[in-house]
Design a protein around this ligand. Structure first.
Ligand SMILES: Cc1cc2nc3c(=O)[nH]c(=O)nc-3n(C[C@H](O)[C@H](O)[C@H](O)COP(=O)(O)O)c2cc1C
Length: 132
């Protein structure tokens, strides 16, 4: 299973209606492309995990990377893992704005993941929380 993780910075004007629109089109496209994953955001960052067929994931990521609703898109990791981690989620989502902690959001959402993948996501979330 190919997976790709990236961090980006939402544009300041991006609010709930934009997020809802992003999730709606993500879920529609990802279902069609057999992609699953996770999108967590707070005021300063998006953290997204995309998994599926390599070509489909890379094409989706290229589309996302040129989306004007965020900047500084930074791919932190890509490659293969043993199995699909979010089989039930065409795009699980979590708004971490209130606690402003990606770690809290990630640990809540990775309970059913393999430990190595959960740890990897947590380490990126922790790096971002430290930088906040
Ligand atoms: C943070 C972020 C995450 C996104 N995630 C996805 C995604 O998982 N799948 C997807 O197809 N589009 C995603 N998009 C939207 C794409 O950039 C693009 O707008 C969309 O795929 C275009 O398809 P549509 O014309 O069907 O809406 C995301 C955009 C942003 C800003």
């Amino acid at each position: 299973m190919f997976r790709l993780i990236y961090l980006s910075t939402p544009k300041p004007e991006v609010g709930k209606p934009d997020i809802d629109q992003i999730l709606a089109s993500s879920r529609k496209n990802n279902r069609f492309n057999n992609i699953t994953g996770l999108l967590i955001q707070d005021k300063k960052r998006f953290l997204q995990y995309l998994e599926g067929d390599q070509k489909a994931v890379e094409e989706t990521f290229n589309r996302i990377a040129s989306d004007p609703r965020h900047t500084a898109v930074f791919m932190v990791k890509s490659g293969f893992v043993v199995r699909r981690q979010f089989p039930k989620w065409t795009m699980a989502s979590k708004n971490a704005e209130r606690s402003n902690s990606l770690v809290a959001a990630v640990s809540e959402m990775t309970k059913a993941c393999d430990k190595d993948v959960a740890d990897e996501l947590l380490s990126f979330a922790a790096a971002r929380d430290r930088a906040a």
